[in-house]
Design a protein around this ligand. Structure first.
Ligand SMILES: [Zn+2]
Length: 561
């Protein structure tokens, strides 16, 4: 608290007058013991900036309680409330000798909830050192421990920014969540009505193992990452003896983690490949499988090292608040990845070519026009290298966007109306900008996650330290798993919208239902997986839900016509 110069000078004068007098104990209200000080101190018009409360500090003679030495005085602070009576300082104060580090405290209470600049304005009055009797006099007004209203401006600003960010998150999420699907009462369909018992039994046998392998792979990844995070300090030291500089050390450590994860998952992936071959879902040899695994390792190492290098550089330059740039940077990287995927990543695994069947291509172009979509190309990819299951997908954004059909979809098992249903679904993803919206969700999810990542790694010196890299990767994995239900519920919602638009465009629910049936059989997909599994891990509505939507569409169009 700033005291005007005249006040200061007069205070000093009065103190000088006190020289030579011996110390007294002063007993403030509600403070059992305090040493000091001086008599007849009167601070007039003590101005508490911000609070705008004038206060008078008066020392009065008082009775001497047991255990005190010398004469005893009691101090009282008199306070006049501000005109609007919002701020009142209570009758609590305390004058303390500086030598025991006790600051006199005047607590203000009650205080209006929103005081823009309370605490900063409240400071200390420090009197000069006076020989013999008074070491130093200090009065500080302490309003900090008086409840939530007393926050520093910085805390208030942070809270405000947090609330604003939360509001932006909710509004963006609500806007992205909207789809064209009307509210439908989907029937609970029984898989037995659409599939033979042997087919369902075979699917159940196959899926029991793939589900266990999938959950096992999550556990293995978590365990490997936990071990690395635990042993990070020693590893970082070992690596740093070969590589100079913190960022190269961190990048190498990140690459090691990626390699270790790949090695740990390789047996599970091998079992999975064996299992797929056993059920006729893959005709790929083990050499081809291993080659694909090696390529995906290379892709992962590149992505991990790029991310580690970028985040460590940001943490080095920007310190604790690196996440403010790191979150948006990751969202931007996601955009670049989607843009580059069909040109850079996909060709590493499969070859694609424009759909050779011109008649089919023309029909797909008609569908595209009906959905108001312009797609550069409809392609066929040689997915049969890896799988016998049929599928299709959209890839790329903006100039690189394309609809890609698996060649397994065109091998004669599917009729043309069924292929057109798939195509209409994929075109709807393009037309409703699902990849862009997905990027929007990616940003909404990763920005808070990067903030959490920064917070967690802060303790060990932050992500500028290479030893924090394994922990950061472990936390990133944990956040990925924890946010899966959110990203998957969004995915299922967009898939449902694409189904609905496909049904509307083709107006052929019978072919749609047949398509769903055949997709289930070609990929041995569980038509109605356990609820918990779908909630956490399913990117698409179950086949039974999709068929139920086709039934709902049929019912509505009949009612409408
Ligand atoms: Zn889809």
């Amino acid at each position: 608290m700033a005291v005007p110069d005249e006040e200061d000078a007069s205070l000093r004068g009065r103190k000088r007058g006190e020289r030579g007098k011996r110390s007294e104990d002063v007993l403030p209200d509600r403070v059992p013991r305090a040493c000091v000080v001086q008599r007849h101190v009167v601070l007039h018009g003590l101005r508490l900036e911000g609070l705008e409360v004038p206060a008078w500090l008066v020392l009065q003679n008082g009775r001497r309680p047991a255990g005190t030495c010398g004469r005893v005085r009691r101090e009282v602070v008199e306070v006049e409330p501000t005109e609007d009576a919002e701020v009142v300082v209570s009758y609590q104060a305390d004058i303390g000798a500086f030598r025991d580090e006790r600051a006199a405290a005047i607590r203000a209470r009650p205080v209006a909830h929103q005081i823009a600049k309370a605490p900063d304005g409240v400071g200390r009055v420090v009197g000069d050192r006076i020989q013999d009797s008074i070491q130093r006099m200090q009065i500080s007004v302490n309003v900090r421990d008086d409840g939530d209203a007393h926050r520093s401006r910085a805390t208030l600003a942070k809270r405000g920014a947090f609330l604003l960010a939360a509001a932006v998150w909710i509004v963006s999420g609500a806007l992205l969540w909207r789809t064209e699907v009307p509210s439908l009462q989907l029937a609970e369909l029984n898989p037995q009505s659409f599939f033979a018992s042997e087919q369902l039994a075979r699917i159940a046998d196959y899926r029991r193992v793939t589900r266990a392998l999938f959950l096992g792979s999550l556990v293995v990844q978590g365990a490997v990452l936990a071990v690395f995070a635990w042993k990070a300090a020693g590893l970082a030291e070992a690596v740093s003896s070969f590589f100079r500089g913190r960022i190269p050390t961190g990048v190498v450590l990140g690459a090691f983690v990626a390699l270790a994860l790949w090695l740990a998952l390789l047996p599970l992936s091998g079992v999975s490949h064996w299992w797929r071959r056993r059920y006729g879902l893959s005709r790929q040899g083990y050499d081809g499988w291993l080659r694909d695994e090696a390529v995906s390792l290379a892709v992962q190492v590149v992505l991990v090292t790029l991310a580690v290098a970028a985040f460590m550089a940001l943490a080095t330059w920007l310190g604790r608040s690196w996440w403010l740039a790191g979150g948006p940077a990751l969202a931007l990287a996601g955009t670049v990845y989607l843009l580059a995927y069909p040109l850079v990543v996909q060709p590493l695994f499969n070859r694609s070519e424009p759909l050779p069947d011109r008649e089919l291509a023309a029909k797909i172009e008609v569908l595209a026009r009906e959905e108001g979509v312009t797609v550069k190309s409809v392609e066929v990819t040689d997915a049969s290298r890896q799988t016998t299951a049929a599928n299709a997908y959209v890839a790329g954004i903006g100039p690189t966007r394309r609809v890609v059909l698996f060649d397994t979809l065109l091998d004669g098992r599917f009729t043309q109306p069924e292929i057109l249903s798939v195509s209409a679904h994929e075109l709807a993803h393009v037309g409703r900008r699902h990849l862009w919206k997905g990027l929007g969700w990616f940003a909404l999810i990763v920005i808070p996650c990067v903030a959490i990542l920064a917070r967690v790694t802060e303790r060990g010196g932050g992500l500028a330290e290479p030893a924090a890299v394994p922990l950061a990767l472990a936390v990133a994995f944990a956040l990925f798993v924890v946010t899966l239900p959110l990203s998957n519920v969004v995915s299922r919602r967009y898939e449902a919208e694409a189904d609905w638009i496909a049904l509307r465009t083709t107006d052929d629910p019978a072919s749609f239902v047949q398509l769903e049936r055949k997709l289930v059989l070609s990929g041995l997909a569980d038509p109605a997986p356990p609820g918990w599994f779908s909630f956490a891990f399913a990117t698409h509505p179950s086949a039974m839900k999709r068929i139920a939507m086709a039934e709902a569409f049929r019912y509505r169009s009949r009612a409408g016509s």
